[in-house]
Design a protein around this ligand. Structure first.
Ligand SMILES: C[S@@+](CC[C@H](N)C(=O)[O-])C[C@H]1O[C@@H](n2cnc3c(N)ncnc32)[C@H](O)[C@@H]1O
Length: 215
């Protein structure tokens, strides 16, 4: 995964992060991150914040790429910590976030969150257009367990997996990830200590999951 994503990042990081354009300007690229936040976060503040002032919240992001969404998350929340498997993506995210002192990015090993410094726990975790590229159930479930370890009880991990089982995938394909059915997503939540309270888009490429950490 690291080799493939480093190669993509060196070729054209912003395109592989968001394939809507090949030649993103800074302004367009970060506006698209704000759009993701406005569609997936600002519409869902009751589940995400649960009454807490966003500026008091610590947020975790998995697969931050070149910092597109990370920057928008940092505009809204108090503190953001984000990981990515690719050193090249992390280099680009670090540059993009140079003037954003409340955002912290880390290169990780592609399957757990040990690189995140111990703290008082996270209030919200988010991952978008990342697990849809991961070919291994073991890796995805490792992340779900790791988020459970780091989240405060009752808090939300909102993320998206690949839900279309008709698309053919292979174990070494790091572009089209392993598909999850609704039943498989529910079973994973239960195994990892989450309540799978809402699911949207089962059977589709964009299968969104709302996992609340059990108390
Ligand atoms: C399509 S990009 C999306 C980036 C970001 N989420 C966004 O929306 O702008 C997918 C990102 O996931 C990262 N990634 C892929 N597999 C990963 C893994 N196993 N662990 C952590 N990051 C991974 C890639 O390096 C890449 O930066």
């Amino acid at each position: 995964m690291r080799l493939d994503w480093d190669a993509r990042a060196k070729e054209n990081a912003r395109y592989y992060v968001q394939t809507a354009k090949e030649d993103w300007t800074d302004e367009e690229f970060f506006a698209s991150g704000r759009q993701t936040v406005s569609e997936e976060i600002l519409t869902d503040m009751i589940n995400i914040c649960q009454g807490t002032d966003p500026k008091q919240m610590r947020v975790l992001e998995i697969g931050c790429g070149a910092g597109r969404v990370t920057r928008a998350l940092a505009e809204l929340f108090g503190e953001v910590h984000a990981v990515d498997v690719s050193a090249e993506m992390i280099a680009q995210a670090t540059a993009a976030l140079a003037s954003t002192p409340n955002a912290h990015v880390y290169q990780n090993n592609g399957m757990d969150l040990k690189v995140i410094p111990a703290g008082e726990g996270f209030d919200f975790a988010f991952s978008s257009i990342v697990f849809q590229h991961i070919p291994s159930r073991e890796v995805i479930e490792s992340y779900v367990r790791e988020v459970n370890r780091l989240l405060k009880p009752g808090r939300l991990f909102k993320f998206q997996v690949q839900g279309d089982a008709t698309l053919s995938t292979t174990a070494d394909d790091t572009w089209l990830g392993v598909p999850y059915s609704d039943a498989e997503a529910v079973a994973m939540a239960e195994r990892c200590g989450f309540e799978p309270r809402y699911r949207h888009g089962a059977g589709q490429q964009y299968f969104w999951l709302w996992f609340f950490k059990r108390a």
